[in-house]
Ligand binder design. Structure first.
Ligand code: UDX
Length: 434
């Protein structure tokens, strides 16, 4: 049986390590962050991801899954998965590859002959080829491969154990054979296997994320048109989604996409295309990004249109801080960005979120945070629905009407039951519903 190492234990790495261990492999997770490793060793996940903690604890208890900060622990591993972050560089659209580069440099002296280093992080095309050359200088008995990851936060375990495809970029048949062995249990479950070159494998990931971002910004552009033309974007999305060539998923109009992936990935892709002399090919992504940013502004415009230009002293209830439901991730969260902007305009902003309050508070300590929806909405001048957690669809608008100062709700995610709120006496506003 192969032995595996996983470098980087964030959303991607922690999930990958636990999932591969659950397939029966011995896995060692490595991270430079001592406190993260200490938690993981006890079977604790340092962030919120449904199902992950149970899986992790079971695997740690089984003895197959271990964690360390010491790179020498990877010495007897056959495959090293690099799962570190590639955040946006400060002051630039490009990706910061410091952690990916450092991982390969740290692994190289410990990786045994015949083992392979497999990048899973999202990187600009050409990174793998560059790292392969670097690796040759550091340890010529180890090969590099690329194996992009498509997991969604909130479904990380499911997406890792039952992905809709496995994509690997390799430079030799032996690397493909090792990866096939590592993923044998998934291949046996008919997960499609796509083996290609390094560049294509890197590109598949950013192309997929660009397509998804484009879909979301497309429907948000339609929302803008619906607003001026008096249409309803939710009906429009439903109607076009029946065409199987279009499909109904990722056509949820609202305040747009955020998180640790889509925004920075499309920007890094644009930056890379420019370096490659193909700037024009991805120029449209700039527009995708602006439509996305505009959605946040349109939400704030709706608030002002309703309760007045001057937000000073107005109590605004914000339902949701995470960039999407079932996650505590607030990186580039449209919800939290809007809350902070409204706060900066002088409003008294109260934020509720089922899981993301702690990370939200660390990012914007000046907002008011509460674990209680009642307290959040009480005496408010407007209620903004910004992350579509299930609990918000369970709010009884009839009960809450008597508690707020002004029964206006603005649905930034087009996920609340409009008729229900209107019947309960609320003024209901939403993006893209004229
Ligand atoms: C994304 C990709 O889906 C995943 O394949 C990749 O590996 C990492 O990036 P993730 O960031 O977890 O995953 O979130 P995703 O579910 O794609 O949602 C991204 C953002 O788009 C969220 O802010 C979500 O609220 C928003 N979104 C999504 C919409 O605004 N409308 C939609 O219809 C769908």
């Amino acid at each position: 049986m192969l032995k595996l190492s996983v470098i980087g234990t964030g959303y991607l790495g922690a999930t990958h390590a636990a999932a591969m261990s659950s397939l029966g492999f011995e896995v060692v997770g490595v991270d430079v962050d001592e406190s993260k490793i200490a938690q993981l060793r006890q079977g604790k996940v340092p962030f919120y991801e449904p199902d992950l903690e149970d899986l992790l604890r079971a695997e740690v208890d089984s003895g197959r899954l271990t964690f360390t900060t010491d790179f020498s622990a990877v010495a007897d591993c056959d495959v090293h998965f690099v799962c570190v972050g590639t955040p946006q560089k400060k002051g630039s659209l490009a990706a910061d590859l410091t952690y990916v580069d450092a991982s390969v440099v740290a692994l190289a002296p410990h990786a045994k002959a015949g083992s392979i280093i497999v990048g899973k992080s999202t990187v600009p095309v050409g990174t793998a080829a560059r790292l392969a050359t670097l690796l040759k200088d550091l340890n010529r008995h180890v090969e590099l491969a690329w194996n992009p990851e498509f997991l969604r936060e909130g479904f990380a375990v499911e997406d890792t154990l039952r992905p809709n495809r496995l994509v690997v970029g390799v430079t030799s048949e032996s690397s493909e054979a090792i990866l096939k062995e590592a993923y044998a249990p998934l291949i046996a479950n008919n997960v499609p296997w796509i083996c290609t070159d390094l560049a294509t494998a890197e590109l598949v990931k950013v192309a997929a994320n660009s397509f998804l971002a484009t879909k979301i910004s497309f429907i948000n552009a339609m929302a803008e048109i619906c607003e001026v033309a008096g249409g309803d974007v939710t009906m429009l999305a439903k109607a076009i989604g029946y065409d199987p060539r279009i499909g109904s998923r990722f056509l949820q109009a609202g305040i747009g996409f955020g998180g640790g992936c889509l925004p920075k990935d499309i920007r890094a892709f644009m930056a890379r295309s420019e370096e490659l002399g193909a700037k024009q090919s991805l120029e449209f992504l700039r527009e995708i990004d602006s439509i996305n940013q505009r959605a946040r502004q349109r939400m704030i415009d709706l608030v002002r249109a309703d309760i007045g230009q001057d937000l000073k002293g107005k109590k605004i209830a914000v339902l949701g801080a995470a960039f999407k439901p079932d996650s505590d991730d607030v990186r580039d969260s449209p919800a939290l960005d809007i809350a902070a902007q409204i706060h900066a305009a002088g409003a008294d902003v109260w934020v509720h979120d089922p899981k993301a309050l702690h990370p939200a508070r660390s990012r914007f300590p000046d907002l008011n945070y509460t674990e209680n929806i009642d307290e959040c909405m009480r005496d408010s001048d407007a209620t903004l629905h910004l992350t579509e957690w299930k609990v918000y669809r369970e709010i009884d608008p009839a009960v809450m009407k008597s508690k707020v100062k002004n029964p206006t709700v603005i649905d930034g995610r087009n996920a609340l039951d409009r008729d229900l709120w209107i019947r309960a006496g609320w003024k209901f506003r939403a993006l893209g519903r004229g």
